[in-house]
Design a protein around this ligand. Structure first.
Ligand SMILES: *Cc1c(COP(=O)(O)O)cnc(C)c1O
Length: 403
C-alpha cells in the first residue's frame, strides 16, 4: 500500500476501532505513516521487510507500540538516575506480575546472567568483584538434561558448572554444599521428567533458589505472574518478544534480596560481570510501559485478529493447486496461531528454501520460517494490512513455480 493510501484509510477509521477484518489498526504499532525526516534505511541500502516469521533476534524482534516509542522519545529529553528508574519501574513491574521485586535487564539473556550472579554473590561486594572465579563460593547449577540447551551459556558465564539431572531422585543425589541454584527452561518443560511445580518444591525442600527462563512465554498473559505465584525465586522474560517492548530489554523478577544482589552485578555499577549489559532510562521506562500495555490488552480480541490474519494468508496459499496448509498453536513458547504451508513437489517443483528466498527477494521483501519442506508463518508481528500482502505474494510465487 502506498503511504498516501494508508493515511487515507486511517483517516476514516473510527476512534473506537470497529473490527473490519484485519485492516483495522489494533493497539497500533508505531506509526508506519509518519513521513521520515531522513529515510536512513534507504540511505544506507538496508533492506526492510514484512515480518511473517515471528520474534526473532536476527530479524530485529518486534515493532514497539506507538506509546512505547513515545516513552522513549519523551524520556530521551530528560536526565534521570538509573538506580531511581530501576527502583520505581521495578516496583511497578513487581506489582503487575505478583513478584516481590523486579529490574529491567538487557534482554532475557542478561536476566539469566544477572540473576545467577546475584544468587552466587548475595550482597557481598567482594564476591561481586570476584566473578566469574568461584573460589569459596557455590559453583553448581542443576539443570534437567532435556533443558540443557544453548541458553545455559548465560549461566556458565558467571563461572558456574551445569550439573545434569533427569529425575527427582537425581536431584536429591546431586544436591550438595556447592549447589547454588536450580534452573528451569520453560519451553523444555513438556520434555523434562520433572515439571515446574515439582522443581520448585524440590528447591524449597533443600533451600536452593529456583530460576525459570520464560523468555518467549509472555502469551498467555497469565504466564507473567504464574511462575511468581508458583514460587520460583527468579523469573526471566524477554522484553522484545511477545511483550513487544524494546528488543534489547528484558525483565528479571522475584525475591527481593536476589534482585538487590543482581543489581549489584549490573550497571550502573562497574567492576562486575554485568557492566556490559547496560539499559538506559529510555529502555527501562519503555519496558514498563510495554508490559503495562501488554497486560491491559484485550487478549481475546488480539487472538481473533491473529487468527483472521492467518486465515487470510492460508487462503492465499491454498488458492494454488497442490498446496496444503495446517494451523497449529505451539503448546509452549511463542504461543500464537502458526501456519504451516507445504505442497506437492510434482505440481510445484521448488523446495521451500528456494520459495523463501524468492519471497525475501520480492517487493516488498517478506521473511518467514520453516525448513526444506515447508513455510512456517505467524501473524503476531505483522502490521495491519500486511496479511493481505503476504497472501497475495504467496499465491503469486507459488503459482509462478507451478507446472
Ligand atoms: C530468546 C530467548 C532468550 C534470550 O532472550 P533475549 O531477550 O533475546 O536476551 C533466552 N532464553 C530463551 C528460551 C529464549 O527464547
Amino acid at each position: 500500500m502506498k503511504r498516501r493510501e494508508v493515511i487515507r484509510n486511517l483517516s476514516v477509521l473510527p476512534v473506537s476501532g470497529v473490527v473490519l477484518g484485519s485492516a483495522i489498526p489494533f493497539e497500533s504499532m508505531a506509526s508506519a505513516t509518519a513521513a521520515p525526516k531522513r529515510d536512513i534505511f534507504k540511505e544506507l541500502g538496508i533492506r526492510t521487510f514484512i515480518n511473517a516469521a515471528g520474534t526473532y533476534t536476527a530479524l530485529s524482534g518486534c515493532i514497539m507500540h506507538e506509546e512505547v516509542v513515545e516513552t522513549i522519545r519523551y524520556s530521551s529529553q530528560k536526565y534521570a538516575a538509573i538506580d531511581e528508574c530501576q527502583d520505581a519501574v521495578g516496583k511497578k513491574i513487581a506489582e503487575l506480575c505478583h513478584a516481590e521485586s523486579a529490574m529491567v535487564t538487557a534482554g532475557c539473556w542478561s536476566a539469566l546472567v544477572l540473576g545467577t550472579a546475584g544468587v552466587l554473590t548475595g550482597l557481598d561486594s567482594k564476591k561481586v568483584a570476584q566473578l566469574p572465579h568461584l573460589e569459596n563460593m557455590k559453583s553448581e547449577v542443576l539443570v534437567q538434561k532435556e533443558h540443557n540447551h544453548g541458553y545455559v551459556h548465560a549461566l556458565t558465564n558467571t563461572g558456574i558448572r551445569v550439573v545434569e539431572v533427569e529425575t527427582a531422585e537425581d536431584v536429591e543425589k546431586a544436591i550438595n554444599d556447592n549447589t547454588a541454584m536450580m534452573w528451569f527452561l520453560n519451553y523444555a518443560g513438556p520434555n523434562g521428567k520433572i515439571k515446574d511445580m515439582e522443581w520448585v518444591a524440590l528447591g524449597r525442600k533443600h533451600g536452593i533458589p529456583t530460576m525459570i527462563d520464560m523468555a518467549a512465554d509472555a502469551t498467555p498473559v497469565e504466564n507473567l505472574w504464574k511462575f511468581n505465584d508458583m514460587g520460583f525465586d527468579l523469573v526471566c522474560v524477554s522484553g522484545g518478544k511477545g511483550l513487544t517492548g524494546p528488543q534489547s530489554a528484558g525483565i528479571l523478577m522475584g525475591k527481593k534480596d536476589l534482585i538487590a544482589a543482581a543489581r549489584l552485578n549490573a550497571p550502573p555499577r562497574g567492576g562486575n560481570i554485568g557492566r556490559g549489559m547496560k539499559v538506559n532510562k529510555e529502555e527501562i521506562l519503555a519496558m514498563y510501559v510495554a508490559l503495562e500495555k501488554f497486560i491491559n490488552r484485550d487478549h481475546k480480541k488480539q487472538w481473533t485478529i491473529w487468527e483472521n490474519r492467518i486465515a487470510v494468508m492460508e487462503k492465499g496459499a491454498k488458492s494454488v493447486a497442490g498446496v496444503t496448509t495446517t494451523v497449529t498453536v505451539p503448546p509452549v513458547a511463542n504461543i500464537t496461531p502458526t501456519l504451516t504451508i507445504s505442497w506437492d513437489i510434482t505440481k510445484i517443483p521448488v523446495d521451500a528454501n528456494e520459495m523463501r528466498s524468492r519471497l525475501r527477494k520480492g517487493n516488498p521483501s517478506i521473511e518467514m520460517m520453516g525448513g526444506k519442506e515447508n513455510l512456517v508463518i505467524t501473524a503476531w508481528m505483522l502490521r495491519d494490512g500486511e496479511d493481505k500482502i503476504v497472501a497475495s505474494k504467496l499465491a503469486e510465487e507459488l503459482k509462478k513455480a507451478s507446472v
